[in-house]
Design a binder for this molecule. Structure first.
Ligand SMILES: [Zn+2]
Length: 310
């Protein structure tokens, strides 16, 4: 997924005064967007934080999987939970770290956890991070992961315009992450079917072309093939990208509110705080009271969880 692009774009959706506090850090938020992927090299726990194999837990996963990690390890074996991915629980952990970083006024921690939150949330928006056949290895569609989350944005990112949408208050991150995962995983069948149908529609010699990567030429899916796939998916990845950016702004904003709306002038990183943006206009809207009717739709999980218990 276009992690750097998502982290940077989300800053511009923030309302004042948070926009003013975060804008000086936008380069750090962008540059650290892939730190979570880099940690895989030395942290054996890291890989499991980027996915969840929903299919390993059966159809009732959205109703029955506990939203609290402490409950999940009571009901399921911790090793299997880790083996099949801990993305939803870890994303919430990082959100909680961000709330406490805001509350402490620690700008360095705010940047670190805000950037990581952007990474994990973006992963939760990609259908192939949510199933065990994540790279088409079980269906003879090897390479579909990069095709979906990298090739499509690479080819079409410069044509995408991020619509300005006001962030929404997230009343409970533990529920909101499962809403995102449910929405992201809904088109999984289409993701595999469309790749298969484009392999038939686009003549084989036109499916790959030499693409410049740094100073090298590599063989990758051609623009014709990527276009076929994107059109078959109905622009799905563009929609997931916009949703990632909007949700990230909503989660950052909610973390800041939950931390008590700290004043950015109290943040400890005096060196970078307070730099004014220049050269462009900033969208500003009233903070006002939180619009309770604009919350992201949530399942009433406690009730459903009881049903699973019986
Ligand atoms: Zn990742």
């Amino acid at each position: 997924m276009a992690h750097r692009y998502i982290n940077e774009s989300a800053v511009y959706l923030l309302p004042q005064p948070l926009l003013g506090y975060m804008l000086p850090y936008k380069n750090r938020l962008r540059d650290r967007a892939v730190a979570a992927d880099q940690r895989r090299a030395w942290d054996p726990q890291e890989a499991a934080r980027h996915f969840i194999d929903l299919d390993r837990w059966g159809d009732s996963v959205f109703h029955c999987m506990p939203i609290n990690w402490s409950d999940a390890i009571l009901y399921y074996n911790e090793d299997s939970l880790r083996e099949h991915g801990v993305l939803p629980w870890h994303t919430v952990t990082v959100y909680r770290r961000l709330v406490s970083a805001f509350a402490k006024g620690d700008a360095e921690s705010v940047c670190r956890h805000a950037a990581d939150l952007g990474h994990y949330l973006a992963d939760a928006h990609v259908p192939l991070h949510l199933c065990s056949n994540y790279n088409g290895q079980f269906t003879g569609q090897h390479g579909i992961h990069a095709l979906l989350e990298s090739r499509i944005p690479e080819y079409f990112l410069n044509q995408m315009l991020v619509p300005f949408k006001r962030p929404q208050w997230i009343p409970d991150a533990r529920l909101a992450i499962w809403d995102i995962i449910r929405e992201s995983s809904a088109p999984l069948v289409r993701v595999f079917d469309c790749e298969r149908s484009c392999r038939v529609t686009v003549p084989i010699p036109w499916q790959v072309s030499p693409i410049k990567q740094g100073s090298r030429l590599v063989r990758k899916e051609s623009k014709e093939f990527v276009r076929c796939y994107d059109q078959c998916l109905g622009g799905l990845m563009g929609q997931r990208l916009y949703a990632s950016i909007h949700n990230l702004a909503s989660w950052w904003w909610s973390a800041w509110i939950e931390a008590g709306q700290p004043n950015g002038t109290l943040w400890k990183d005096k060196k970078t705080f307070g730099q004014k943006s220049n050269g462009f206009s900033i969208p500003v809207f009233e903070m006002g009271g939180i619009q309770v009717d604009s919350v992201i739709s949530l399942r009433s999980l406690n009730q459903e969880f009881k049903e699973c218990d019986e």
